[in-house]
Design a protein around this ligand. Structure first.
Ligand code: SAM
Length: 242
């Protein structure tokens, strides 16, 4: 699979490339996440769970992929029912089998859905999360609007995304790591170097933490907060639905 530079893609080309990439890398996705982040991804998702309101009963995890965040929520927030939604069924089939292995089958349901057209009622959820998904969606504001629509008033929307650290030394190391190590390691393990070229491109093409806070404002969320994680390699953003 040859990928042209992200800036030259139309939104439709990006959506079909994203579907193609996640369909191809499903079996290696979890392992590569752990290797490439040095298992930090697990800690980052646990922090998302901590930011979910303690009284939440129904949580939606958008772009759930192989279900790691949905499973972390079910594991660490007892009494919560989670719906994981994604438009790549192959990723969710793996999520489903991991959910079964963990004994969480009654706590998590998976639904095939596009983040920009969620098949859920207005105000159905107490919170909605999206981890490492927003940067893959060309119309990010529309995805945030949809998450806000399905969360009840006073509920929370949370995003988790990789960003460039502010520290200049760390920034140049991260740039080298992203552009050289990730395609190499990802390509060797998954056999799909192009997919692991998309990953660094999509991180470099994504919004800065301040721009993402601005997008939360445009989506109409209140009490917006941003938390840097691991020297700002990743950011959690949250906002309250009016
Ligand atoms: C990098 S993975 C993240 C998976 C998971 N949230 C995690 O923490 O590992 C991105 C996921 O977003 C999904 N995705 C991308 N665009 C989407 C959209 N418009 N609607 C639903 N899912 C989408 C992909 O299919 C993929 O499973």
């Amino acid at each position: 699979m040859e990928l042209k530079p992200l800036k030259n893609w139309t939104p439709d080309e990006r959506i079909s490339a994203v579907k193609n990439i996640f369909n191809t890398i499903t079996p290696h996705y979890d392992l590569l996440n752990r290797i490439m982040s040095g298992r930090r991804d697990v800690t980052w998702r646990k922090f998302v769970v901590k930011r979910i309101p303690v009284d939440a009963k129904e949580v939606l995890d958008v772009a759930t992929g192989t279900g790691d965040l949905a499973i972390a929520i079910a594991d660490e927030a007892p009494g919560v029912h989670v719906i994981g939604a994604d438009f790549v069924k192959k990723m969710m089939r793996l999520a489903q089998s991991k959910t079964q292995n963990r004994g969480f089958i009654s706590k998590i349901d998976y639904v095939s859905a596009d983040a920009t057209k969620l098949p859920f009622k207005t105000g159905q959820f107490d919170a909605a999360t999206i981890a490492f998904g927003l940067r893959n969606i060309p119309n990010r504001l529309s995805a945030l609007h949809e998450m806000g629509r399905v969360v009840k008033s006073g509920g929370k929307v949370i995003t988790l995304e990789m960003t460039f650290p502010q520290n200049l030394r760390l920034r140049s190391f991260f740039k080298w790591y992203l552009n050289h190590m990730i395609p190499l390691v990802g390509g060797l393990i998954s056999g799909n170097m192009a997919a692991y070229r998309y990953l660094p491109d999509s991180i470099q093409d994504f919004l800065t933490p301040d721009q993402l806070s601005g997008l939360f404002e445009s989506a109409g969320f209140k009490s917006i907060r941003a938390f840097p994680l691991t020297f700002g390699l990743t950011y959690l953003h949250e906002g309250i639905v009016e």
